[in-house]
Design a protein around this ligand. Sequence first.
Ligand code: URA
Length: 240
Amino acid sequence: MKLERMDKILAARTEYSRKDAKKLVWQGRVRHNGKIATSPDAKVDLQADTLELDGKSLQIQEHLYLMLNKPAGVLSAARDPKQPTVLDLVPEKYRRSGLFPAGRLDKDTEGFVLITDDGDFAHRILSPKQHVEKTYHARIDGPVTDQMRAGFAEGVELEDGTRCRPAQLQLLEEGEQPLCRVVLTQGMYHQVKRMFLSYGRRVTWLKRVAMGGLALDETLAPGEAREISEIELKLLLAKI
Ligand code: URA
């Protein structure tokens, strides 16, 4: 249980000041667990209670964790003066200060981006020491060879001499542009593209389909986001 004063939560989760938040309660515009609230200093359980303002539910939990299906063409940065970012795609009801994307996908990469305001959690997901797996689907411009499979399993040496951690490479679909599944436990800049480039292959399409044991919800259309449940959060950190 984590208790906070109602006016404090209202001020933190809406545009209203603390003073105006008190007025909202006195005006009968706030519902606490479904009932009209009467006192702004009432204690609200951030983990279990619900608050509504003018009939719209507020996201009151301490931290928010969102799964976004990033479309190509959007930056994985917090804000950019010229280009759309993943934070611009966060639906109004989830907007709050402190949100950021935990880890980056290239502008042309699609798929799973975790957006949160929980720095500690993001650190656990991203820290190379935690070995949280990131799974990608990639189309490349030539065949997958035995040499590539062995190289990925051993640890690819990139063009600048950096040695990558062992990674999984699996052919999912043959063809002119074969579809591969790649699983990494680290996240270096352009890593998947550079790993394939070490074997003379260009990545023509790339999508992150899972983080840890949590797969991207395929019902999310590109650009859509939804909250990650508590059970799913545990899956995110799970080793697979
Ligand atoms: N590897 C890449 O090359 N690009 C990404 O966006 C993610 C992993």
